[in-house]
Design a protein around this ligand. Structure first.
Ligand code: PLP
Length: 483
């Protein structure tokens, strides 16, 4: 432990100061006595350098994509270029107010409108709304659109949404919140859905299906056109979960696969930092026949002037304040333009190449349930050698000692020891090689000194936590730390 680890929460020394206030030039006001404080507020008394060191040290205890590799599966934790932030910070955009007259915010409206059309072109859907704050919010809006669509056709009985068991947890949750009934179907061994299984659950109550392609195991759903045909033949709609779109950028489009509605996570695919709760953005795109059901406000261009359409009666109504998180939209816009049409497909290429490189380099030591080329991510079922008793949780904790953020663990629920790795497109071969090396060292330790892995982490500030307790009774104040 360093000097600052021991003293970080208790640096205060009586009467030490880190500020100099200007000489008081205002008159003392007579405040009512009941508003006057009797005691000092009890703030730490520290010098400037102590404050700076304190916050710098605290910031270094955090792990982020700028500290090391972050191979969290189903999350696309990629490096986010700083130019995105620079542009989003430009005062000519960031100082705008949503209540300004539209004629004074034409530039921002053009940017948002252009971004919507880029997303349409990338995904093959007719029209987007940017008014959604997150992936899960996008799902909810997409499903509400679906609901309105069936209501408009008098098909109130269509309440069944098919969701594969490997789906992201937000999918069934959103379906239930939107008032649908979830029909869970088992995935095949490679995480795909079987047309035969689907045939058994489609009936006159079918509303639609929620899928992601590549699926949760990172495999491309080869039967997707047959799935789309089956669902459409039964009067249902297809919803695409496009949270992690990087493996297919510029390669294939959900609209061409037959999907009617989708959301995209700008904060995963289009390079906004995420984690810790936002801000996010989950634009929702729809096929032509669903455009009238989009939420308002919508941006409309007439004679080279942008307007905000607020009173279209057939829409879903308003589902967020104003126009969503425009700062996130600006970062996505910058990212798309700085890659350009020529280079966006390279994002997909490297996301896929990197995932396959890591998978092939480790599959002799880690159990790979599904062989073959994956897309942006893949799932191991823990260490191949199960005799050591070392679990996926142990491997994840040991990675921390090497300064690597653990992959996603115990998701999807298809395997007992799931370890889901997404290296992403922005990592170099050297970084991937180091990750592979560390994983191989851990596999060796599991055999030779399993207690080292089972006791990990050893080098972190907090050791292994009781995860349930850490979530239910988080200790976030230094005064709560047991002495
Ligand atoms: C992250 C993710 C979501 C949810 O997105 P949020 O912005 O966290 O609400 C949904 N589906 C998949 C596949 C995801 O990876």
């Amino acid at each position: 432990m360093s000097y600052y680890d021991t003293l970080i929460f208790d640096l205060s020394t009586h009467a030490r100061k880190g500020y100099t206030l200007p000489k008081r030039t205002f008159k003392r006001q007579a405040l009512p006595t009941h508003l006057l404080r009797e005691d000092c507020p009890g703030l730490p008394e520290v010098s400037e350098v102590e404050v700076v060191r304190h916050y710098t040290n605290v910031s270094m205890k955090n792990f982020g994509i700028e500290t090391g590799m972050y191979p969290l599966g189903s999350c696309t934790m990629k490096y986010n270029p700083k130019i995105n932030q620079d542009l989003a910070n430009l005062p000519s955009f960031s100082a705008l107010h949503p209540y300004q007259p539209t004629r004074t915010v034409q530039g921002m409206l053009k940017l948002l409108d252009d971004l919507q059309s880029y997303l349409s072109e990338i995904s093959g859907l007719a029209r987007y709304t940017l008014n959604s704050y997150a992936g899960a919010h996008g799902e909810l809006i997409g499903l509400m659109i679906m609901k309105r669509y069936f209501e408009s056709r008098g098909e109130h009985h269509r309440v069944n949404i098919i969701v594969p068991d490997a789906a992201h947890g937000t999918n069934p949750a959103s379906a239930v919140v939107a008032g649908f009934k979830v029909i869970e179907v088992p995935s095949e061994k490679d995480g795909s859905v079987s047309v035969e299984v689907l045939k058994g659950v489609v009936d006159e109550n079918l509303a639609g299906i929620m899928l992601t392609n590549p699926n949760t195991l990172g495999m491309f759903e080869k039967d997707i056109l047959n799935v789309a045909e089956l669902i459409h033949d039964h009067g249902g709609l297809l919803y695409y979960d496009g949270a992690n779109l990087n493996p297919i950028l510029g390669k294939v489009r959900p609209g061409d696969m037959g999907f009617d509605i989708m959301h995209i996570n700008l904060h995963k695919t289009f390079s906004t930092p995420h984690g810790g709760g936002g801000p996010g953005s989950g634009p929702v795109g729809v096929a032509e026949h669903l455009v009238p059901f989009l939420p308002k406000p919508l941006i409309k261009k007439v004679d080279n002037t942008y307007h905000i359409e607020r009173d279209n009666e057939t829409t879903l109504g308003q589902i967020s304040h104003f126009y969503g998180n425009v700062g996130v939209a600006m970062k996505a816009y910058t990212y798309i333009l700085s890659n350009g049409k020529e280079h966006l497909p390279e994002v997909a290429k490297f996301a896929v190449l990197n995932a396959n490189y890591v998978k092939e380099s480790l599959k002799d030591l880690f159990e790979l349930p599904v062989e073959g080329v994956c897309k942006h991510e893949f799932v191991f079922n823990g260490l191949k050698d199960k005799s050591t008793g070392v679990t996926t949780l142990d491997v994840a904790k040991r990675l921390l000692d090497f300064g690597v953020h653990p992959p996603t663990i115990y998701f999807p629920l298809l395997y007992k020891e799931a370890l889901m790795i997404e290296p992403v497109e922005t990592e170099s071969k050297q970084t991937l090689d180091r990750f592979i090396e560390v994983m191989r060292v851990i596999a060796k330790e599991a055999k030779e000194t399993p207690e080292v892995v089972k006791g990990a982490p050893h080098n972190t500030i907090v050791k292994r936590l009781d995860e349930a307790l850490a979530a239910r009774q988080p200790v976030v104040k230094y005064t709560d730390i047991p002495k």
